[in-house]
Design a protein around this ligand. Structure first.
Ligand code: GDP
Length: 137
């Protein structure tokens, strides 16, 4: 059993896609063990995406991620990290496989509907960024 952090990004929340995305998550045998709505502050978005701060799209990404509410979730299941990355599809929806969340719903390489942790180390850091131990029993 493994856990990963999922974020349903502002583009998808705005278009009422939380239910559609959760259905795909659950169909693929991942359990949503924690979930809440959050509006990221500029500081929080800059800190969460700190690894990208030298990239040309950093300011635009922070503006996008703070443009509306997000749904942050902890998913649990076998190989949850890799499994969710597969369900999400490639970063650029043009490259994403048929049936993936990003192929189905993403608007652009930036407004690509979902985030999922990319390693076990990052999953632990990202889950702790949003959820306290009490919320994860
Ligand atoms: P992910 O792990 O698939 O989410 O991709 P990355 O870690 O490489 O990038 C983080 C997020 O930055 C992506 O999910 C996009 O929202 C955004 N992003 C990545 N590449 C680009 C880009 O070339 N242009 C813009 N505007 N945003 C990007």
């Amino acid at each position: 059993m493994e856990r990963t952090l999922s974020i349903i990004k502002p583009d998808a929340v705005k278009r009422n896609l939380i239910g559609h995305i959760n259905q795909l998550i659950e169909k693929n045998n991942l359990k949503i063990i924690a979930s809440k709505t959050h509006k990221l502050s500029k500081n929080e978005a800059e800190s969460f995406y700190g690894v990208h701060k030298e990239r040309p799209f950093f300011n635009s990404l922070v503006a996008f991620m703070t443009s509306g509410s997000v749904q942050v979730q902890v998913l649990e299941g076998e190989n949850a990290i890799v499994s969710y990355r597969e369900i999400m599809g490639a970063t650029n929806p043009e490259d994403a496989d048929e049936g993936t969340i990003r192929k189905l719903f993403a608007e652009s390489i930036e407004a690509n509907s979902v985030h999922g942790s990319d390693s076990s180390e990052n999953a632990s850091i990202e889950i702790a960024f949003f959820f306290s131990g009490l919320e994860l029993i």
